[in-house]
Ligand binder design. Structure first.
Ligand code: NAD
Length: 316
């Protein structure tokens, strides 16, 4: 690590006041992490949290109104940890108020909205960071290592888990964007070919099967299946020229501190310590994944319009 970076970390030159918006599972972890002593002095200081419920104080953190969070000069940063349908509005409000934003994925529920939000952040000179803890897990590190240097012939990623309400978390391809993010990070940009959606509203059951293609025209299938009592599991079947990969070992360390590691990436951006190449690469990947999710949603909502809507590259 360059000594200039070390120096900045040893003594933060400036502090950033943070407000956490939405105190569900993700928001609670964010508050806990902001309140925990860090190994390295952190430039982040928790000012308070915003919730639609009356929660009072959480340890030392106080509840503040959205209006106060937006107007307070103490607040430099907003963490948006609410359900997905509210992300876009909160991001816009905080960017307009001149705050940096960290948002739990997905930042928006359409490619067009994400592009507009990103443009706004750039115009305002603010950081817009979309959390992607799935890329910080031991399982992903294992896969990245396994896939490296191999030629994919075909593959499937099948995820199962509990139901996600569409009204709060949006269309499945957006709420489960973490799977697309894995596939794109492992195999490069993907073209959307087709998708099928099965839904039993009364049973809270949903399954989407998505046919994708790598740049080398290799087929990749993503299946996302959600319903009550379904275990959170990932099943893979990747056929390479050199052999087949069919399982991922369980995480040895239990994926501790992945939100904290995501926060470290955000801090690097705040302090101008991430290269413009890395920032551009990340933005391209995020918009590419949101573009595919957008195509899946449109295709599933208009099944009569047969045939692919064009490669995901065309939407970037
Ligand atoms: P959650 O359902 O726990 O919370 C979502 C929202 O509901 C929050 O704003 C919370 O304040 C509110 N809420 C929770 N309980 C409530 C109650 N009893 N009454 C009224 N409001 C209540 O969802 P989450 O898992 O924290 O997800 C939030 C965001 O984080 C989503 O964008 C999600 O995609 C993202 N995310 C979550 C995780 C995770 O591990 N939980 C991982 C990655 C990304």
């Amino acid at each position: 690590m360059p000594s200039s970076v070390l120096r900045t970390m040893e003594r933060p030159e400036r502090m950033f006041g943070v407000v956490v918006v939405g105190v569900g599972r993700a928001g609670s972890v964010r508050i806990r992490d902001l309140q925990s002593p860090q190994l390295l002095p952190s430039p982040l200081k928790l000012i308070g949290f915003v919730s639609r419920r009356e929660l009072g104080n959480i340890n030392e953190a106080k509840q503040i109104s959205l209006q106060d969070a937006l107007s307070s000069t103490e607040v430099d940063v907003a963490y948006i940890c609410s359900e997905n349908v509210s992300h876009e509005t909160y991001i816009r409000q905080f960017l307009d108020a001149g705050k940096h934003v960290l948002v739990e994925y997905p930042m928006a529920l359409s490619l067009a909205s994400a592009q507009e939000l990103w443009k706004k952040a750039e115009e305002k000179g603010k950081i817009l960071h979309e959390e992607h803890i799935e890329l910080l897990t031991e399982e992903f590190a294992f896969l990245k290592n396994e896939v490296s240097g191999k030629q994919l012939l075909e593959g499937t990623l099948h995820f199962t888990g509990g139901p996600l309400e569409k009204d709060r978390f949006g269309f499945l391809a957006f709420s489960s964007i973490a799977r697309l993010s894995w596939l794109v990070s492992l195999f490069g940009e993907l073209a959307f070919i087709s998708a099928t959606m099965e839904e039993q509203k009364e049973n809270q059951y949903q399954k989407v099967t998505v046919n994708l293609e790598t740049v080398d025209k290799r087929p990749l299938t993503w299946i996302e299946e959600r319903g009550p009592g379904m275990k959170r599991e990932r099943h893979i079947n990747f056929l390479f020229e050199s052999g087949r990969l069919e399982s991922i070992p369980p995480p040895a360390q239990g994926n501790k501190n992945i939100f904290l590691r995501d926060q470290d990436i955000f801090v690097k951006k705040l302090l101008g310590q991430m290269s413009s190449e890395d920032l551009a690469k990340e933005k391209k990947r995020i918009l590419h994944c949101l573009g595919i999710a957008d195509e899946i949603q449109k295709y599933c909502q208009h099944p009569k319009k047969e045939g692919p809507l064009g490669g995901a590259e065309g939407t970037m």
